[in-house]
Design a protein. Structure first.
Length: 221
């Protein structure tokens, strides 16, 4: 199979205006991926599927990733006057990175028996602009998995044929796979809370009236 650099170059040539970035993976797998610009993501995915050399015709899985707002440190080179001379020195600067959500797809070729090629898309933010183009129109197997990402992370997939919750109930109002999700103190579907749920649920119980000695003995008998 071609290298990721070659795939990137050919995809950008095949889809005018497409923006593709190779994202390194610092984890143990060290498997880089292709970050697709949302505007042309569907066209790039179609190229990856239909190109005779690649034939990445099977999307094995799609998953979501939540990135909270974070501060990263960057080393930059700046010109400074030191002892009357202009010198280039390194400085560490902090930069705030806004939060966003990702959808990550693993593509394989059943035809040529190679892969995976990992592609990803990013939302503009984690609130009102948590939107991405659906790839279900290119990979039918992505339908249920994009529904899971919608259900658990809150990504709205534009163009999805049946975007609705798949694991949580319709009235559920949060996204349990987000990193800042907090469990409720009790659950309406659990009529008899127990263990840690019981301890949290006790906070919502009505306070018990204070009984005097005689009433207390009668209540316990």
């Amino acid at each position: 199979m071609e290298s990721l650099d070659e795939i990137k170059a050919r995809a950008e040539a095949a889809v005018p205006g497409a923006k593709i970035t190779i994202i390194p993976n610092p984890g143990p797998a060290k498997q880089p991926s292709l970050l697709l610009g949302n505007e042309h993501a569907r066209a790039v995915a179609r190229f990856l599927r239909d190109d005779p050399t690649l034939r990445l015709d099977f999307c094995s899985n799609a998953t979501g990733v939540d990135w909270l707002e974070r501060t990263v440190k960057k080393t930059v080179k700046v010109e400074k006057i030191i002892d009357g001379e202009e010198k280039e020195v390194e400085e560490t600067k902090e930069e705030k990175v806004p939060g966003y959500l990702e959808a990550v797809y693993h593509l394989y070729s059943i035809t040529h028996k190679h892969g995976p090629v990992v592609i990803r898309m990013r939302t503009a933010d984690r609130t009102e602009n948590a939107r991405l183009p659906s790839l279900t129109l290119v990979y039918r197997s992505a339908e249920f998995q994009e529904r899971e990402i919608f259900d658990l992370y809150g990504v709205c997939f534009e163009g999805h044929p049946d975007l609705r919750r798949i694991l949580m109930w319709d009235e559920f109002v949060d996204y349990p796979m987000r990193k800042d999700y907090r469990e409720p103190d009790d659950y309406e579907y659990e009529p008899t809370p127990h263990d840690d749920v019981l301890e949290r649920a006790k906070q919502h119980y009505a306070p018990r009236p204070q009984l005097d000695g005689a009433e207390n003995i009668a209540a316990q008998s």
